[in-house]
Structures are given as C-alpha cells and as structure tokens.
Design a protein around this ligand. Sequence first.
Ligand code: LHQ
Length: 267
Amino acid sequence: MSDSLGVETAGGVATLTLNRPDKLNAFDEALLGALAAALKQAARDAAVRCIVITGAGRAFSAGQDLGAVRARAEGDAAATGGMSFRAHLEQGYNPVIRAIRSVEKPVVAAVNGVAAGAGASLALACDLRLASERASFIQSFVNVGLVPDSGSTWFLPQMLGFARAFELAVTAERLSAADALSLGLVNRVYPEDRFQAEVAAYAADLAARPTRAIGLTKRAMNRAPGLSLDQALAYEAQLQEIAGRSADHGEGLAAFLEKRTPRFSGR
Ligand code: LHQ
C-alpha cells in the first residue's frame, strides 16, 4: 500500500485515509491506484462491513493534483504517465467511482475539510456523507477551465435538480457544511472536536447491521433511476427473495419474536 493512503481495518470498519496533507490530499496517480486497490480489497474482505473514506489534516481532498497537470502541460510525460485527460479519468478516477458505487457495503465519506473538484465528486459518490463543521464543497473544475468529472455531472443534478447543480458547476460557489446540510448533500454535520468520535460511532453502527440486506438495498437504489415503477417493483421482489434467504433475516426474525436485540453477522 502507498504512503499516500492510510488503510486501517477494525471492528468491521475499513477506514481509508487520503494522506497527502501538504497538498490538501490532492490526487496523484499513486494515491488513485492505492484507493482503487484498497476499495477492491475491502469489497473482498468479509470482515469489512462498512467503508469510511476521509482525509488527513485540514482537507478532505482538493481533487486532481494540479502540479502534475502543469508538468504534463509542460511536456513532462512522466508526471501523469503520459496519459491524456480521458485516459487519466478512465484509468485513474473512474475505477474508484465505479468501485464505490458497486461495492455492496455502505461507503461513508467523512468530510473533515474542503472537498474540491474530483475530491467533491469522490464525496458525492459515497452512499452517505458525514461532515465536520469546517467541511466545504466546491465544484472547482470551472476555475481551471474544466468540466465536472468523476461523476459530479451525474450525482449533483440527481441530488439537487438541474438548476442548482448547474449553478454550482458554473460558479464554483463554495458551500459550507451548513449549506450542504440544508441542500441535502450531507447527512449529518458534527462539531470539529467531536467529528472523529461521531464518525467512528456512526460507522460502527452501520457495520453491525445486516450487511447483505444493505448491499442489496444499494443495488436496488443504484438501479432504480433507470427503471419504470413496474420494473423497480419486480427488481425489489427479486432482491427480497435473496435477502429472505440470508442468515441475518433469520436472526432478525428470531430476535423480534424472542423480544431480544438481534446480533447480525453480515451474512
Ligand atoms: C494543491 C491543490 C491541488 C496541488 C491545493 N493540486 N496542490 C481530473 C483529471 C484530469 C485533469 C484534471 O482534472 C481532474 C479533476 C479535478 O479535480 S480538476 C480540479 C482540481 N482542483 C482544483 O482546482 C482545486 C484547487 N485548489 C483550490 O482551489 C484551493 O486550494 C482550495 C479551495 C481547495 C483550498 O483553498 P485554501 O484553503 O485557501 O488552501 P490553499 O489554496 O492555500 O492550498 C494549500 C496548499 O495546497 C497550497 O500549497 P502551498 O505549498 O502554497 O502551501 C496549494 O498549492 C496546495 N493545493 N489544491 N489541487
């Protein structure tokens, strides 16, 4: 694993920490590669029942490392592996976004500070967003003459509607944590001094829930926007058939009937 990504697994929670604090955790190739690999590993590891992505220092992530982009523009092919922007997105960012959307475990963005450009997209790609009071969100792509990428053109209009999403994309307005909460972009905002403890408690709670059912819920909600109601109803019925055979359904049912707290295994 690369030094630029911290990976820690404990109590069913894998915490992936973007760790280039002097660059506000901007992404270079090594960090993107490490993040994709860590997500793949967390998806495979049955002991992991919740994934948290956060940043070291004062930022969540400032998006693409613009130093590397400058080096590319100046002809230093080694800086970006000599790749076009399209290839850089397809090979670097898009696998990360796809991995987050497809892993059948809850993925939480613990947004500890500023999330800009592809850093904001990364947070939007997660299933849930917990923000520190000092967090902020900027669709900063337009400031450097670029298009929102890494999923922002898809996630933002779904979350906010076209007009508000478009405005954020073309103005790069900086949203505070409170703004993001009132728009429904984040699930919770916590004071800075309690942020880590609150994230840990939230993630531990998710990790103790029926992981299989949560994964199937994610599968259904990922697919629902492309379906008619009829198709969504049929898909729910198909997934309920799978959930109904899980050990955790048996445990949940038994615990309810025995009037005790369920102990879910994730299977
Ligand atoms: C940085 C960065 C950074 C390097 C702060 N890079 N050093 C994908 C693929 C292909 C092509 C390109 O694009 C993409 C997707 C993208 O993500 S494009 C968008 C890239 N990101 C941005 O445009 C954001 C640039 N950063 C900022 O606007 C500000 O730094 C924010 C608003 C994030 C934070 O502002 P401040 O809190 O005022 O901090 P700062 O600007 O003073 O930055 C602190 C340091 O971090 C500073 O270095 P220094 O050596 O002077 O202390 C910055 O140069 C460095 N840094 N972002 N993206």
